[in-house]
Design a protein around this ligand. Structure first.
Ligand SMILES: [Zn+2]
Length: 158
């Protein structure tokens, strides 16, 4: 018979007590943002078709052609004076949890409806350092977002 020790955070099993305790003592990676924070995205998956309030670099001069861009899916931003503007969407962190010792952030944007892109986005420090650019904008997450994100997590889709 053999006694083994398990880290209660990541479930890794060690033959030595000290190693298991050291693993557990690592705790969780440092949290760099909080639930409710609004951050500026930079690797969106999808096209703008939602609420312009959720576009970080929106300019009033884009308002004129707003309807055209929304109807012409496939464009992630307007063309202005011959230059294509790339939108940065705003995301609200609506849930934070842990994957083993790592911190994972779940966020939603109102810039995409979900028809032409992913409204939900996740980031974790599992594969290296991450950082967030913050926005001071106050935005209310779309109704039902927390319920929807919990369902996606529960079913392993996020
Ligand atoms: Zn561990």
């Amino acid at each position: 018979m053999k006694t083994l020790y398990q880290c209660e955070i990541c479930n890794e099993i060690f033959p030595e007590f000290d190693k298991a305790r050291a693993c557990e003592k690592r705790g969780y990676t440092k949290r760099i943002a909080n639930e409710g924070d609004i951050i500026v995205g930079y690797q969106e998956f999808g096209w703008f078709d939602g609420n312009k309030e959720w576009v970080h670099n929106w300019h009033p001069r884009y308002d004129k052609n707003f309807k055209d861009w929304v109807e012409n899916r496939g464009m992630n931003g307007p063309i202005f004076n011959g230059a294509k503007i790339c939108f940065n969407f705003l995301y609200k962190i609506i849930k934070i949890n842990h994957i083993k010792h790592y911190t994972k952030y779940y966020m939603i944007t109102g810039a995409m409806t979900g028809l032409s892109g992913y409204r939900f986005h996740t980031m974790s420090d599992q594969y290296g350092l991450i950082s967030f650019r913050r926005s001071n904008k106050k935005l209310v997450e779309p109704k039902g977002a927390l319920k929807e994100i919990n369902e996606l997590i529960k079913t392993g889709r996020l």
